[in-house]
Design a protein around this ligand. Structure first.
Ligand code: ADP
Ligand code: MG
Length: 156
């Protein structure tokens, strides 16, 4: 069941994380907000890099740790990749005016969403990456009808 419990997969290596990201590109529809959960080095930025490659982005994909957000325009939507790791307090969300980036044509992927406290918009999907003995496990959970639709189109 996609809702509630979530779907888990094993990702043996970096290539598997990139491939999972790329495989989502064809079924991605805006608006969508995705929380990327997991420790430092879990693969959140790697997953996003794979998704952007799958969408046809051929340039660099920088970790937004210092910039807070990197935005990538595509014909149907703009993908905003956030990293709130360096937030000193949740109010930085408001100071940076990040709500302006959420809209009907936005796909928002957010690393360290908890750093934004109550300011971070709710997620349609949570993608949680965890270190395994070798590789990673990923768990995908939908929280809204839009999130469920996206996961079903992607994983079926
Ligand atoms: P995060 O954004 O979560 O801090 P990064 O994506 O920047 O993590 O870094 C993840 C690191 O783990 C990279 O060195 C990458 O090569 C590696 N990695 C990614 N996916 C896997 C995997 N499935 N198995 C083993 N190593 C992985
Ligand atoms: Mg990262």
């Amino acid at each position: 069941m996609i809702d509630g419990a979530g779907v888990s997969r094993f990702l043996a290596d970096e290539e598997a994380t990139l491939a999972l990201g790329a495989s989502w590109a064809a079924s991605l529809n805006a608006p969508l907000t995705v929380y990327l959960q997991g420790d430092l080095g879990a693969g959140k930025t790697t997953f996003t890099r794979g998704l952007l490659r799958g969408l046809g982005h051929s340039g660099a994909v920088k970790s937004p740790t210092y910039a807070i957000v990197e935005s990538y325009p595509f014909p149907a939507f703009t993908l905003h990749h956030f990293d709130l790791y360096r937030f000193g307090s949740p109010e930085e969300w408001e100071d940076a005016g990040l709500d302006d980036l959420f809209g009907s044509r936005s796909i928002c992927l957010i690393e360290w969403p908890q750093q934004g406290g109550g300011f971070t918009p709710a997620a349609d999907i949570t993608l949680s990456l965890n270190h395994a003995e070798r590789g990673r496990t990923v768990t995908l959970t939908a929280h809204t009808p839009q999130g469920r639709k996206s996961l079903e189109a992607w994983l079926n």
